[in-house]
Design a protein. Structure first.
Length: 115
């Protein structure tokens, strides 16, 4: 019988001889997304570990992954480029710091240009 989940999440758990024992991994609760006016986003440019390519990085988003993905989709569509949205950061391919900052402020976010 194979245990479910990642074994690294069970480190520190003592072995059980009970055949009916099952280790339950606690589910992480996602934070509710605050309104745009309560969010402080920083728009920077990043070149590290990207083979010299420039990407616009929007960091500081707090909330659900679905809301982050929706905001990333809007920014990528308005800029006409690709990118990703994960781990509380939105990555937009290319140097669009000014445009992304203006779009975020237009949407009601407290956004500032980092570098």
């Amino acid at each position: 019988m194979k245990p479910e989940g990642n074994w690294k999440e069970r480190l520190g758990v003592v072995y059980s001889t009970d055949p009916a024992f099952s280790y339950d991994i606690p589910a992480e609760e996602e934070q509710a997304t605050p309104p745009p006016a309560a969010q402080r986003l920083v728009v920077t440019i990043d070149r590290r570990q990207r083979a010299g390519k420039q990407v616009t990085l929007v960091s500081g988003f707090v909330g659900k992954q679905e809301d982050l993905a929706a905001l990333g989709r809007i920014l990528k569509t308005r800029c006409g480029v690709g990118g990703t949205a994960k781990d509380g950061q939105i990555t937009v391919q290319g140097d669009f710091r000014d445009k992304v900052t203006a779009l975020l402020q237009e949407m009601g976010y407290k956004a500032k240009r980092g570098n």
